[in-house]
Design a binder for this molecule. Structure first.
Ligand code: SF4
Length: 438
């Protein structure tokens, strides 16, 4: 028998929710932003944005830090001559890539990242990537994806990047299923965790899964030479909620998704680990033994934060697609009241376990008409607003307390050891507001 995860709210929660769908002007970063965390993760990769000076400024300012070492991203600027069709952009791009690869022989994986300008001039980056592959094979693999603001919101950049990588993953070798007993088949199954996680979080989750006797691979890996194999015996757990295309690409390679909430907070982490344990037949005793100590530590640390946050009313603008799991966490584990939970897209299948854990009747909105949403927010006067950088200052000027959504993506927040840090990201702005008011 598997240990049961307690579900405090009604089991169906928001499962059948009809979201408030709005399609108007939206305030959200483009998919180029994902380069910031992706380039830190895959350490022999380089992200070459084929874009404008605006794109170059965006990633540099989103990186938000002085870059002392040579960064693993850059921009091939499309200038007026290219836009006017006076230059052969493909030739220029070939030249830039050759220069880059000569100067940086450590690069093993090169992404050509599309942008609004490259889309506007209809630059075919998949053709460019194929050509570069022929030129630089086998030293470097060249792939392309789009981070354009026309097509993507900011966490979709990671989805597009990983989805582009999936077809290049090695095939998992398997003995013909017919020749295997049921147990042997189970033994051959492999676990893949999908979504960029900070190295520290990856190490902790690997350690917990290993304590249960499970071997696990992570995608993306830290090095492009260590890409995980994938095939019909792969079972994957999403670590990030914004990877719909990646999940689809993995499924087309035969891999099967394990349904679980996301590993945010104590409950989310426990249920996420439980999904793997159940699939791989880990005994309840062994599962409990593996998680007991870190879970207890996290519960204790959360209790302190809960005192500050209990009963505070929170409003989420749509930004990173982390909003629904975060809302579930702040409501169930910190006692906060959900005023509105906005999400850029509502992927019901990946969100099924999360929606079931939200209190019935939660106002969930999908997409955005920013003016209307601002009106709702001001009328509701919540204690805290989670929103993009562009909305934070105007809302603060109206007397509201804000939290930048982007910080929740850049900070390691998954797993037991990070649960209290995650809660701290919500309590800090309130403390600051109290201090200012004192
Ligand atoms: Fe701006 Fe588009 Fe470049 Fe993103 S891709 S920085 S939205 S021009």
């Amino acid at each position: 028998m598997s240990p049961v995860i307690p579900i405090k709210a009604a089991a169906s929660g928001c499962t059948d929710v009809v979201p408030l769908v709005q399609r108007g002007q939206r305030e959200v970063f483009c998919g180029l932003t994902g380069i910031i965390w992706l380039h830190r993760k895959i350490q022999d990769a380089f992200f070459l944005v084929v874009g404008s000076r605006t794109c170059a400024h965006l990633i540099q300012s989103a990186a938000g830090v002085m870059i002392f070492a040579e960064p693993r991203f850059g921009t091939a600027i499309i200038d007026e001559r290219d836009l006017a069709g006076l230059a052969d952009v493909h030739e220029e791009l070939d030249r830039v890539v050759s220069q880059l690869l000569t100067r940086r022989p450590d690069i093993r994986l090169l992404f050509l990242v599309g942008s609004c300008p490259s889309e506007v001039i209809k630059l075919d980056l998949s053709r460019a990537a194929e050509r570069q592959n022929r030129l630089h094979h086998p030293a470097v693999r060249v792939l392309n994806y789009s981070g354009s603001g026309i097509e993507t919101t900011f966490t979709q950049g990671e989805d597009a990047c990983l989805a582009a990588l999936v077809p290049t993953l090695p095939a998992a070798t398997s003995v013909a299923a017919a020749a295997l007993t049921h147990d042997a088949q189970a033994a051959e199954k492999s676990l893949l965790v999908v979504g960029t996680l900070a190295d520290v979080v990856e190490d902790q989750l690997r350690h917990l899964l290993q304590k249960m006797g499970l071997n696990v691979s992570f995608f993306p890996p830290r090095n492009s030479q260590a890409m995980p194999a994938v095939g019909p015996n792969t079972r994957f757990l999403l670590a990030q909620p914004f990877l719909a295309d990646t999940a689809r690409a993995l499924q087309s390679r035969g891999a099967k998704a394990l349904s679980a909430p996301f590993p945010l907070g104590v409950e989310g982490t426990t249920a996420w680990l439980q999904a793997a344990a159940t699939e791989f037949g880990v005994s309840p005793e062994r599962f409990e033994q593996a998680i007991a100590a870190p879970r207890q530590r996290a519960e204790k640390a959360l209790a302190v934060q809960r005192e500050m946050l209990q009963g505070q009313r929170i409003f989420f603008f749509p930004d990173s697609q982390l909003e629904i799991p975060l809302a579930r966490f702040v409501h169930r584990e910190l006692g906060m009241t959900l005023v509105e939970v906005g999400t850029p897209y509502l992927h019901r299948q990946h969100m099924a376990a999360e929606l079931a854990w939200l209190p019935a009747g939660t106002r969930i909105s999908e997409g955005q008409d920013v003016d209307l949403q601002l009106e709702r927010c001001l009328a509701d006067a919540p204690d805290m607003v989670v929103c993009g950088l562009g909305l934070a200052n105007p809302l603060e000027a109206q007397g509201l307390t804000t939290k930048w959504a982007i910080e929740l993506v850049f900070t390691p927040i998954q797993g037991y050891e990070q649960a209290a840090d995650l809660a701290g990201l919500f309590s800090r702005p309130l403390k600051r507001r109290l201090k200012l008011a004192a």
